[in-house]
Design a protein around this ligand. Structure first.
Ligand code: 13P
Length: 249
């Protein structure tokens, strides 16, 4: 069985008491199958509760949904990579589509955040993806490449960075990319990373966008996908426990 990652992005859901309750229900389904990793990205207020409650469970870690690039200072409402690490976070999402499109985060800012995450030893998951208009205009790879170039601008290439390909039109819409469409972009991203970076490190490339219990098996059967990044379908602990046990052929 090839290794697979199941990443849960809770977005603005599940506070600390709810997180403890969620994890009790999730782990009641048993330990995580061998060769599978589960990454939880709760809202910042719940990060410590999640980190504490996944401790001791093999291949399960907690991470932040976003960080600010400065380590500390007068930045009301923001959390830094060292603060996320103090709360028990081991990873962080960077440049999620909602950060880019709801909060106006720029490509350049994702680069600063990527560097800040690596400096604090938080493993980044860089999110990239095109809008529907960009896809229809045939600009998918140009957009994704631009996002990668900006994010990796100051990156030496010798540190592990995970990528999540999340087409904006597939997020929260119930319309997932086909395995073939996702694979095509994953392949191009892998090619870009190999060509661009001096040291080749194994990259984990996840697909995200309307992944659920019905389509996970078909998507994960595509070998270009190293796993999935899931929003809505990760919010119910029993459903999520079932999803991470998806049989993949
Ligand atoms: P949905 O799974 O709700 O479409 O969200 C995807 C996503 O944005 C995960 O980061």
């Amino acid at each position: 069985m090839r290794p697979l990652v199941f990443a849960a992005n809770w977005k603005m859901h599940i506070g600390p008491p709810e997180a403890r309750e969620y994890l009790r229900a999730f782990f009641a389904a048993g330990e995580i199958p061998h060769e599978r990793a589960v990454w939880f990205f709760p809202p910042a207020v719940s990060l410590e509760a999640v980190a504490q409650n996944v401790a001791g469970h093999r291949n399960v870690v907690a991470g932040a949904q976003d960080i600010y690039w400065e380590a500390k200072g007068a930045f009301t409402g923001a959390i830094s990579a060292p603060l996320a690490a103090q709360a028990g976070g081991r990873m962080t999402l960077i440049g999620h589509s909602e950060r880019r499109h709801v909060f106006g985060e720029t490509d350049e800012q994702t680069g600063k955040k990527l560097a800040a995450a690596l400096a604090a030893n938080l493993q980044p998951v860089l999110c990239v993806g095109e809008t529907l208009a960009q896809r229809e205009a045939g600009e998918t790879m140009a957009v994704v490449t631009r996002q990668l170039m900006a994010a990796f601008a100051g990156h030496s290439g010798n540190r592990h960075v995970n990528i999540a390909y999340e087409p904006v039109w597939a997020i929260g819409t119930g319309r997932n990319a086909t395995p073939k469409d996702a694979a095509e972009v994953h392949r191009a991203i892998r090619g870009w990373l190999k060509g661009m970076l001096r040291t080749v490190v194994p990259f984990v490339i996840l697909y995200g966008g309307s992944v659920n219990l019905k389509n996970a098996a078909e998507l994960l059967a595509e070998p270009e996908l190293d796993g999935v990044l899931v929003g809505g379908a990760s919010l119910d602990p029993r459903g999520w426990a079932q999803l991470v046990r998806t049989a993949v052929t």
